[in-house]
Design a protein. Sequence first.
Length: 345
Amino acid sequence: MTKAVLIASYIESELVDEIRGVDARLDVLYEPELLAPPRYPADHGGGEFTRTPAQEAEWRRLLGRAQVLFDFDRANARELPELAPKLEWIQATSAGIGPFVRRMGYPDRMPAVIFTTASGVHARPLAEFCFMVLFAFHKKLLLTLRDQRLHHWERFAGADLEGRTLVIVGMGRIGREVARLARALGMRVVGVKRTSAGVPPAELGLDELYGPERLHEALEQAENLVLCAPHTPETEGMIGAAELACLPEGAVVINIGRGALMDEDALIEALRSGRLLGAGLDVFREEPLPHGSPLWDMDHVIVSPHSASTVARENERIVELFRRNLRRYLDGQPLLNRLDTTLGF
């Protein structure tokens, strides 16, 4: 039996051909003129775009046929359960889709649909971003660039990372990749994981592993802190004023998880107090970051526009995951990266 696969965000034509090549039972539907054009490589949101009435009618016809969706149709997100009644599975292009799926009410409105994430695809780029931030602060890159602009020559002493403690909150694939790179640099690595009982720290590339009930104990050691936990009711606001006060003086804070993990006002106060060496932020409470946010103008903050995970080869990696899942789907095997709609990740 043929399965209709609708691609709902722009990807390169050669990648569409690769999807078509998975199995003759797939009817791959790809109409790029009906999709928002990308603003940069691997842009799944797209730029400004409005379909004509005829285009919208054609798109809705395709949705009505689709049994598999590559990416969400965000333009019709609210109506998706009604517009795609044959849908069996959605492969997302990002990892943190839990809050969106819950907000749209999809678990109740289309309970038979399976959701799979792109978990793992962004682990290396995000880990590399973390170390870009760590090097920028510990090697005084921002100071160096400032002095260069001023034609000012003044020697200084930076710091190395060997032997310093890095605490990672969230030990999924991203956290494990951060830990792997940290160990390669000789850092001491401590992880905080939702379920830690019976898990040997070495199995995750860690020196020590704590459960969330010992978060403060971990933070007291965090010369460097990386947040990469998913956004769930349990993790929302998990790093506030009390938690930031636990950090050693001169700590670096990095958030690549979700803005909701951090009390942004408390972070701003901690930065203003001078206790922190700096912060590297890829995610924020409100995105885009409001023009009036103090974070924009702080010399010891690196503001990244939620782009740390996006690299030029991202589509290739997501499509490879999708192709593997398509084979499993056709063979009746469990799909990779299945979202637990109860847990939210």
